[in-house]
Design a protein around this ligand. Structure first.
Ligand code: KG4
Ligand code: ZN
Length: 334
Protein backbone atom coordinates (compact mmCIF):
# COMPACT_ATOMS: atom_id res chain seq x y z
CA UNK A 1 0.00 0.00 0.00
CA UNK A 2 2.88 2.34 0.70
CA UNK A 3 3.99 2.43 -2.90
CA UNK A 4 0.79 4.19 -3.84
CA UNK A 5 1.25 7.09 -1.43
CA UNK A 6 2.77 10.18 -2.99
CA UNK A 7 5.93 11.34 -1.31
CA UNK A 8 5.92 15.00 -0.39
CA UNK A 9 8.54 15.91 -2.98
CA UNK A 10 6.36 14.60 -5.85
CA UNK A 11 6.13 17.35 -8.44
CA UNK A 12 2.38 16.85 -8.90
CA UNK A 13 1.51 17.09 -5.21
CA UNK A 14 0.27 20.49 -4.06
CA UNK A 15 2.94 22.22 -2.00
CA UNK A 16 2.35 22.17 1.73
CA UNK A 17 4.39 22.44 4.88
CA UNK A 18 4.43 18.69 5.60
CA UNK A 19 7.77 16.90 6.24
CA UNK A 20 9.51 15.98 2.99
CA UNK A 21 11.36 12.77 3.75
CA UNK A 22 8.64 10.44 5.03
CA UNK A 23 4.95 9.60 4.86
CA UNK A 24 2.70 8.95 7.84
CA UNK A 25 -0.23 6.63 7.20
CA UNK A 26 -3.11 5.64 9.48
CA UNK A 27 -4.15 2.05 8.69
CA UNK A 28 -7.59 0.68 9.55
CA UNK A 29 -8.68 -2.98 9.39
CA UNK A 30 -12.16 -4.32 10.17
CA UNK A 31 -12.70 -7.21 7.74
CA UNK A 32 -13.60 -9.92 10.25
CA UNK A 33 -13.80 -9.96 14.03
CA UNK A 34 -11.02 -7.61 15.13
CA UNK A 35 -10.96 -3.82 14.92
CA UNK A 36 -7.44 -2.60 14.29
CA UNK A 37 -5.80 0.78 13.80
CA UNK A 38 -2.15 1.63 13.41
CA UNK A 39 0.08 4.54 12.43
CA UNK A 40 3.16 3.74 10.34
CA UNK A 41 5.94 5.93 9.05
CA UNK A 42 7.75 5.09 5.81
CA UNK A 43 10.92 6.93 4.98
CA UNK A 44 12.14 7.49 1.43
CA UNK A 45 14.67 4.65 1.71
CA UNK A 46 11.71 2.27 2.18
CA UNK A 47 12.15 1.70 5.94
CA UNK A 48 8.90 1.36 7.85
CA UNK A 49 8.35 2.04 11.55
CA UNK A 50 5.17 1.04 13.33
CA UNK A 51 4.45 4.02 15.61
CA UNK A 52 1.30 2.52 17.14
CA UNK A 53 -0.66 -0.70 16.62
CA UNK A 54 -3.94 -1.44 18.38
CA UNK A 55 -6.21 -4.44 18.00
CA UNK A 56 -9.59 -4.86 19.76
CA UNK A 57 -10.72 -8.48 19.79
CA UNK A 58 -14.38 -9.55 19.57
CA UNK A 59 -13.66 -13.10 20.80
CA UNK A 60 -15.91 -12.66 23.86
CA UNK A 61 -18.85 -11.65 21.65
CA UNK A 62 -18.54 -14.62 19.26
CA UNK A 63 -17.40 -17.38 21.62
CA UNK A 64 -20.95 -18.39 22.70
CA UNK A 65 -21.82 -19.03 19.02
CA UNK A 66 -18.64 -21.00 18.21
CA UNK A 67 -17.91 -18.74 15.22
CA UNK A 68 -18.10 -15.16 13.97
CA UNK A 69 -21.64 -13.74 13.71
CA UNK A 70 -21.42 -11.10 10.93
CA UNK A 71 -24.11 -8.72 12.30
CA UNK A 72 -22.62 -8.73 15.79
CA UNK A 73 -19.16 -8.18 14.29
CA UNK A 74 -20.32 -5.15 12.27
CA UNK A 75 -22.01 -3.58 15.33
CA UNK A 76 -18.91 -4.09 17.47
CA UNK A 77 -16.71 -2.50 14.77
CA UNK A 78 -19.07 0.50 14.69
CA UNK A 79 -18.79 0.95 18.44
CA UNK A 80 -14.98 0.77 18.43
CA UNK A 81 -13.72 2.21 15.18
CA UNK A 82 -13.59 5.91 16.07
CA UNK A 83 -11.91 5.45 19.43
CA UNK A 84 -9.40 2.97 17.94
CA UNK A 85 -8.38 5.46 15.25
CA UNK A 86 -8.10 8.25 17.84
CA UNK A 87 -6.02 6.07 20.20
CA UNK A 88 -3.71 4.96 17.38
CA UNK A 89 -3.00 8.58 16.44
CA UNK A 90 -2.57 9.61 20.09
CA UNK A 91 -0.21 6.73 20.93
CA UNK A 92 1.92 7.41 17.84
CA UNK A 93 2.71 10.87 19.19
CA UNK A 94 1.60 12.67 16.03
CA UNK A 95 -1.34 14.99 15.34
CA UNK A 96 -4.22 14.25 12.95
CA UNK A 97 -2.94 16.99 10.68
CA UNK A 98 0.47 15.27 10.35
CA UNK A 99 -1.12 12.33 8.50
CA UNK A 100 -0.42 12.07 4.77
CA UNK A 101 -2.93 9.31 3.97
CA UNK A 102 -5.39 6.81 5.43
CA UNK A 103 -5.40 3.16 4.34
CA UNK A 104 -8.31 0.83 5.02
CA UNK A 105 -9.15 -2.77 4.16
CA UNK A 106 -11.62 -2.72 1.27
CA UNK A 107 -12.24 -6.51 1.12
CA UNK A 108 -12.46 -9.42 0.85
CA UNK A 109 -14.10 -9.79 4.25
CA UNK A 110 -17.45 -9.62 6.06
CA UNK A 111 -19.23 -6.83 4.27
CA UNK A 112 -20.69 -5.12 7.38
CA UNK A 113 -17.28 -4.85 8.99
CA UNK A 114 -15.48 -3.79 5.82
CA UNK A 115 -18.02 -1.00 5.19
CA UNK A 116 -17.75 0.26 8.77
CA UNK A 117 -13.96 0.64 8.65
CA UNK A 118 -13.80 1.89 5.09
CA UNK A 119 -16.49 4.56 5.61
CA UNK A 120 -14.90 5.78 8.85
CA UNK A 121 -11.57 6.07 7.00
CA UNK A 122 -13.26 7.78 4.05
CA UNK A 123 -14.93 10.38 6.31
CA UNK A 124 -11.62 11.11 7.96
CA UNK A 125 -9.78 11.39 4.66
CA UNK A 126 -12.34 13.90 3.39
CA UNK A 127 -12.21 15.98 6.56
CA UNK A 128 -8.38 16.02 6.57
CA UNK A 129 -8.14 16.42 2.74
CA UNK A 130 -5.73 13.51 2.42
CA UNK A 131 -5.91 10.43 0.15
CA UNK A 132 -7.80 7.28 1.10
CA UNK A 133 -5.98 4.10 0.04
CA UNK A 134 -8.20 1.03 -0.38
CA UNK A 135 -6.16 -2.04 0.56
CA UNK A 136 -6.96 -5.58 -0.52
CA UNK A 137 -7.06 -7.75 2.62
CA UNK A 138 -4.92 -10.48 1.05
CA UNK A 139 -2.39 -7.99 -0.27
CA UNK A 140 -2.04 -6.71 3.29
CA UNK A 141 -1.10 -10.24 4.42
CA UNK A 142 1.14 -10.72 1.37
CA UNK A 143 3.18 -7.58 2.08
CA UNK A 144 3.27 -7.96 5.88
CA UNK A 145 6.80 -9.51 5.97
CA UNK A 146 8.20 -6.29 4.50
CA UNK A 147 7.22 -4.43 7.70
CA UNK A 148 9.87 -6.19 9.73
CA UNK A 149 12.12 -8.25 7.42
CA UNK A 150 14.49 -7.57 4.62
CA UNK A 151 12.26 -9.20 2.03
CA UNK A 152 12.96 -8.06 -1.53
CA UNK A 153 10.69 -9.09 -4.42
CA UNK A 154 10.08 -11.67 -5.77
CA UNK A 155 9.12 -14.18 -3.09
CA UNK A 156 6.85 -17.18 -2.80
CA UNK A 157 4.01 -16.67 -0.34
CA UNK A 158 1.80 -19.19 1.43
CA UNK A 159 -1.21 -17.34 2.76
CA UNK A 160 -3.09 -19.51 5.26
CA UNK A 161 -5.93 -17.75 7.05
CA UNK A 162 -9.51 -18.39 8.15
CA UNK A 163 -10.85 -17.41 4.73
CA UNK A 164 -8.01 -18.19 2.32
CA UNK A 165 -5.36 -20.75 1.48
CA UNK A 166 -3.25 -19.65 -1.47
CA UNK A 167 0.24 -19.90 -2.91
CA UNK A 168 1.30 -16.69 -4.64
CA UNK A 169 4.37 -15.51 -6.45
CA UNK A 170 4.75 -11.92 -5.16
CA UNK A 171 6.68 -9.80 -7.65
CA UNK A 172 5.88 -6.29 -6.39
CA UNK A 173 3.17 -4.13 -4.81
CA UNK A 174 0.02 -5.10 -6.70
CA UNK A 175 1.92 -7.70 -8.77
CA UNK A 176 0.93 -11.24 -7.86
CA UNK A 177 0.63 -14.53 -9.70
CA UNK A 178 -1.51 -17.20 -8.10
CA UNK A 179 0.20 -20.58 -8.30
CA UNK A 180 -2.42 -22.47 -6.32
CA UNK A 181 -5.50 -22.02 -4.15
CA UNK A 182 -8.02 -24.04 -2.17
CA UNK A 183 -10.84 -25.43 -4.27
CA UNK A 184 -13.17 -25.56 -1.24
CA UNK A 185 -12.46 -24.66 2.41
CA UNK A 186 -9.57 -22.67 3.85
CA UNK A 187 -7.10 -24.31 6.25
CA UNK A 188 -8.06 -21.96 9.13
CA UNK A 189 -11.76 -22.65 8.61
CA UNK A 190 -11.00 -26.39 8.81
CA UNK A 191 -9.21 -25.82 12.15
CA UNK A 192 -12.20 -23.77 13.39
CA UNK A 193 -14.76 -26.44 12.36
CA UNK A 194 -12.68 -29.23 13.88
CA UNK A 195 -12.51 -27.33 17.18
CA UNK A 196 -16.27 -26.76 17.09
CA UNK A 197 -17.03 -30.44 16.40
CA UNK A 198 -14.75 -31.49 19.27
CA UNK A 199 -16.10 -28.78 21.61
CA UNK A 200 -12.68 -27.19 22.07
CA UNK A 201 -13.77 -23.55 21.89
CA UNK A 202 -13.24 -20.51 19.70
CA UNK A 203 -11.07 -19.42 17.94
CA UNK A 204 -10.42 -22.99 16.86
CA UNK A 205 -6.83 -22.94 15.62
CA UNK A 206 -5.10 -22.20 18.92
CA UNK A 207 -7.53 -24.56 20.76
CA UNK A 208 -6.72 -27.48 18.42
CA UNK A 209 -3.00 -26.76 18.67
CA UNK A 210 -3.17 -26.78 22.48
CA UNK A 211 -5.05 -30.09 22.54
CA UNK A 212 -2.73 -31.59 19.89
CA UNK A 213 0.32 -31.11 22.14
CA UNK A 214 -0.92 -33.95 24.35
CA UNK A 215 -1.74 -36.37 21.51
CA UNK A 216 -0.15 -38.85 19.10
CA UNK A 217 -0.07 -37.43 15.53
CA UNK A 218 -0.06 -40.93 14.05
CA UNK A 219 -3.05 -42.24 16.05
CA UNK A 220 -5.78 -41.59 13.44
CA UNK A 221 -5.33 -41.94 9.68
CA UNK A 222 -7.00 -39.06 7.82
CA UNK A 223 -7.22 -38.27 4.07
CA UNK A 224 -4.76 -35.92 2.37
CA UNK A 225 -6.57 -34.66 -0.76
CA UNK A 226 -4.40 -33.84 -3.83
CA UNK A 227 -1.32 -35.29 -2.10
CA UNK A 228 1.45 -35.79 -4.68
CA UNK A 229 -0.59 -34.28 -7.53
CA UNK A 230 1.30 -32.13 -10.08
CA UNK A 231 -0.34 -28.78 -9.19
CA UNK A 232 -0.37 -26.42 -6.22
CA UNK A 233 -4.10 -26.42 -5.34
CA UNK A 234 -5.50 -27.48 -1.96
CA UNK A 235 -8.66 -29.19 -0.79
CA UNK A 236 -9.75 -29.47 2.84
CA UNK A 237 -13.47 -30.31 2.81
CA UNK A 238 -12.87 -34.10 2.69
CA UNK A 239 -10.50 -33.83 5.65
CA UNK A 240 -13.10 -31.83 7.59
CA UNK A 241 -15.77 -34.49 7.00
CA UNK A 242 -13.36 -37.35 7.77
CA UNK A 243 -12.33 -35.68 11.05
CA UNK A 244 -16.00 -35.27 11.99
CA UNK A 245 -16.70 -38.96 11.20
CA UNK A 246 -13.62 -40.05 13.15
CA UNK A 247 -14.81 -38.01 16.14
CA UNK A 248 -18.36 -39.44 15.96
CA UNK A 249 -17.03 -42.99 15.71
CA UNK A 250 -15.18 -42.56 19.00
CA UNK A 251 -18.52 -42.49 20.88
CA UNK A 252 -17.85 -41.15 24.35
CA UNK A 253 -14.53 -39.41 24.06
CA UNK A 254 -11.82 -39.17 26.65
CA UNK A 255 -9.37 -36.29 26.63
CA UNK A 256 -6.76 -38.73 25.33
CA UNK A 257 -8.97 -39.56 22.30
CA UNK A 258 -9.54 -35.86 21.63
CA UNK A 259 -5.82 -35.12 21.90
CA UNK A 260 -4.95 -37.98 19.50
CA UNK A 261 -7.52 -36.80 16.94
CA UNK A 262 -6.42 -33.14 17.27
CA UNK A 263 -2.75 -34.15 16.82
CA UNK A 264 -3.54 -36.38 13.81
CA UNK A 265 -5.67 -33.65 12.22
CA UNK A 266 -2.96 -31.01 12.73
CA UNK A 267 -0.26 -33.28 11.25
CA UNK A 268 -2.48 -33.99 8.23
CA UNK A 269 -3.01 -30.26 7.57
CA UNK A 270 0.74 -29.73 7.94
CA UNK A 271 1.49 -32.59 5.49
CA UNK A 272 -0.98 -31.17 2.94
CA UNK A 273 0.42 -27.62 3.23
CA UNK A 274 4.02 -28.84 2.86
CA UNK A 275 3.25 -31.15 -0.08
CA UNK A 276 1.43 -28.45 -2.09
CA UNK A 277 4.06 -25.84 -1.19
CA UNK A 278 6.79 -28.22 -2.38
CA UNK A 279 5.18 -28.28 -5.81
CA UNK A 280 4.76 -24.45 -5.84
CA UNK A 281 8.46 -24.08 -4.96
CA UNK A 282 9.37 -26.02 -8.10
CA UNK A 283 7.05 -23.78 -10.15
CA UNK A 284 8.57 -20.66 -8.57
CA UNK A 285 12.12 -21.87 -9.27
CA UNK A 286 11.30 -22.46 -12.92
CA UNK A 287 10.41 -18.77 -13.47
CA UNK A 288 12.69 -16.95 -10.99
CA UNK A 289 16.38 -16.78 -10.19
CA UNK A 290 17.70 -17.34 -6.65
CA UNK A 291 18.20 -16.54 -3.86
CA UNK A 292 14.77 -18.00 -3.14
CA UNK A 293 12.60 -16.65 -0.34
CA UNK A 294 9.47 -18.21 1.09
CA UNK A 295 7.03 -16.28 3.30
CA UNK A 296 4.24 -17.80 5.36
CA UNK A 297 1.49 -15.41 6.51
CA UNK A 298 -2.09 -15.50 7.83
CA UNK A 299 -3.43 -16.70 11.17
CA UNK A 300 -2.62 -20.41 10.65
CA UNK A 301 1.07 -19.44 10.34
CA UNK A 302 0.90 -19.03 14.13
CA UNK A 303 0.85 -22.84 14.44
CA UNK A 304 4.25 -24.00 15.72
CA UNK A 305 4.11 -27.48 14.22
CA UNK A 306 3.10 -26.13 10.78
CA UNK A 307 5.92 -23.59 10.96
CA UNK A 308 8.39 -26.29 11.81
CA UNK A 309 7.17 -28.49 8.89
CA UNK A 310 7.64 -25.54 6.54
CA UNK A 311 11.07 -24.82 8.03
CA UNK A 312 12.22 -28.36 7.14
CA UNK A 313 10.74 -28.05 3.65
CA UNK A 314 12.61 -24.76 3.07
CA UNK A 315 15.88 -26.36 4.18
CA UNK A 316 15.30 -29.24 1.70
CA UNK A 317 14.35 -27.01 -1.24
CA UNK A 318 16.92 -24.23 -0.73
CA UNK A 319 14.48 -21.47 0.29
CA UNK A 320 14.98 -18.96 3.11
CA UNK A 321 11.93 -18.99 5.37
CA UNK A 322 10.55 -15.61 6.41
CA UNK A 323 7.81 -15.84 9.01
CA UNK A 324 6.62 -12.38 10.06
CA UNK A 325 6.01 -11.87 13.80
CA UNK A 326 2.64 -13.29 14.76
CA UNK A 327 1.25 -9.86 15.63
CA UNK A 328 1.66 -8.79 11.97
CA UNK A 329 0.87 -11.96 10.00
CA UNK A 330 -2.75 -12.49 11.11
CA UNK A 331 -5.74 -10.30 11.89
CA UNK A 332 -5.92 -11.43 15.48
CA UNK A 333 -4.70 -10.11 18.82
CA UNK A 334 -1.26 -11.72 19.34
O1 KG4 B 1 -5.33 -14.32 9.15
P1 KG4 B 1 -6.35 -14.46 10.23
O2 KG4 B 1 -6.06 -13.86 11.56
O3 KG4 B 1 -7.72 -13.93 9.77
C1 KG4 B 1 -8.30 -14.18 8.51
O4 KG4 B 1 -8.95 -15.25 8.43
O5 KG4 B 1 -8.07 -13.38 7.60
O6 KG4 B 1 -6.59 -16.03 10.42
C2 KG4 B 1 -7.51 -16.54 11.36
C3 KG4 B 1 -7.46 -18.05 11.26
C4 KG4 B 1 -8.54 -18.72 12.09
O7 KG4 B 1 -9.15 -19.71 11.30
C5 KG4 B 1 -7.78 -19.33 13.26
O8 KG4 B 1 -8.38 -20.49 13.80
C6 KG4 B 1 -6.45 -19.65 12.59
O9 KG4 B 1 -6.20 -18.53 11.76
N1 KG4 B 1 -5.37 -19.80 13.59
C7 KG4 B 1 -4.68 -20.95 13.78
C8 KG4 B 1 -3.81 -20.71 14.89
N2 KG4 B 1 -4.00 -19.42 15.31
C9 KG4 B 1 -4.96 -18.88 14.49
N3 KG4 B 1 -4.73 -22.13 13.14
C10 KG4 B 1 -3.91 -23.11 13.59
N4 KG4 B 1 -3.08 -22.97 14.65
C11 KG4 B 1 -2.99 -21.80 15.32
N5 KG4 B 1 -2.17 -21.66 16.36
ZN1 ZN C 1 -6.67 -11.90 7.28
Amino acid sequence: MYGQVMLAEDKNKPQDNKPKDYVLVLGVESSCDETAASVVRRTQDGKVSVLSSLVASQDEIHTPYGGVVPELAARAHMQKIESMMAQAVKQSGIKWTNLHAIAATSGPGLIGGVITGLMAAKGLSVSLSIPLIAVNHLEGHALSPRLTDDCPFPYLLLLVSGGHTQLLSVKGVGEFTRLGSTVDDAAGETFDKTAKIMGLGFPGGPAVEKMARKGDPNAVKLPRPFFGKPHADFSFSGLKTATMRAFESLGTTSNKDKANLAASFQKTVCDILCDRTKYAMDMFKRSNKGPYRFVVAGGVAANASIRSGLENLCADKGFTLIAPPLKYCGDMVP
